[in-house]
Design a protein around this ligand. Structure first.
Ligand SMILES: [Zn+2]
Length: 267
């Protein structure tokens, strides 16, 4: 179930409510104007926080840009998504005809609020997806093997389920899943998936590991990840690890996004 909520409507009702109490509310609205895009609240986190996606453009070929899947420790990816959102809403002409952008700045709202990678349940947001490699016991981002980190079953957590249902409904042409701070990226090898991964890598400078055994830059096996599940259902994904845990690395990722948008066939 997707609940549609216009940001404009929300701000108008919020402004009307608070104008009675607070002088100068219009200044708050003005500060939001730059990134005032329509918002969908897909659902809520275990802690009751909204899971929001902001939409730019009507094109039917959609690109989802996801930040903050690992909450507070990777908050620079949330800042990056907000910066990209502001950039493209100020420069919508950079988005090719037929293409539209969806931005989810915070994939794990509770983790962002309390400075954790995991959901409130302790399950890892990127070990709980339903690909065939899912395991309940899994390695965390620090290569520590932890019982139940993947959840009792795939999609056991409401946040993963909410995002999974939305992806199945929306079928984006590409998902860019932003993490930190490994300083590399993964993507497809062949066809359009390979072309998009190569284009993002060349433009951004994040290296793509070479094909073959022993070339995985992760020192552990990441099971139940979002990108493996998406690959199995036929949704193209890029997994990008920023180089530091603090810098949003906006210019590099803007260059990467421009390179993939240029190559994305519009439906
Ligand atoms: Zn991460």
């Amino acid at each position: 179930m997707v609940q549609q909520l216009s940001r404009r409507t929300f701000l108008q009702s919020a402004a009307a409510a608070t104008a009675l109490l607070t002088p100068g509310t219009h200044r708050v609205r003005a500060a939001f104007a730059q990134t005032e895009l329509p918002e969908s609240v897909l659902g809520f986190s275990q802690g009751g926080l909204p899971m929001s996606v902001y939409h730019l453009g009507q094109g039917s070929t959609r690109v989802l840009v996801l930040g903050g899947q690992h909450g507070g420790p990777e908050a620079n990816t949330t800042y990056l998504v907000r910066q990209l959102m502001a950039h493209f809403s100020d420069a919508p002409d950079e988005v090719p005809a037929g293409v539209g952008l969806d931005f989810m700045p915070v994939g794990n709202p509770d983790g962002a609020a309390i400075g954790s990678r995991q959901y409130l349940s302790g399950v890892d947001p990127n070990r709980n997806w339903g690909g065939t490699d899912w395991r309940s016991d899994a390695y965390d981002s620090n290569a520590v093997y932890r019982a139940g980190l993947g959840g009792p079953e795939p999609f056991s957590e409401q946040e993963t389920r909410t995002q999974g249902i939305w992806l199945l409904e929306q079928r984006p042409a590409l998902v860019i899943n932003l993490h930190s701070a490994g300083g590399f990226m993964f993507g497809g090898r062949d066809g359009l998936a390979g072309e998009l991964a190569g284009a993002y890598s060349d433009a951004s400078g994040y290296p793509l590991p070479a094909a073959g055994r022993g070339t995985n830059p992760l020192p552990y096996r990441a099971t139940g990840s979002m990108n493996v599940w998406m690959r199995e259902i036929g949704v193209l994904g890029l997994f990008v690890e920023l180089t530091t845990p603090s810098d949003p690395e906006f210019r590099r990722n803007l260059a990467g996004m421009r390179a993939v948008l240029e190559r994305l066939p519009a439906a």
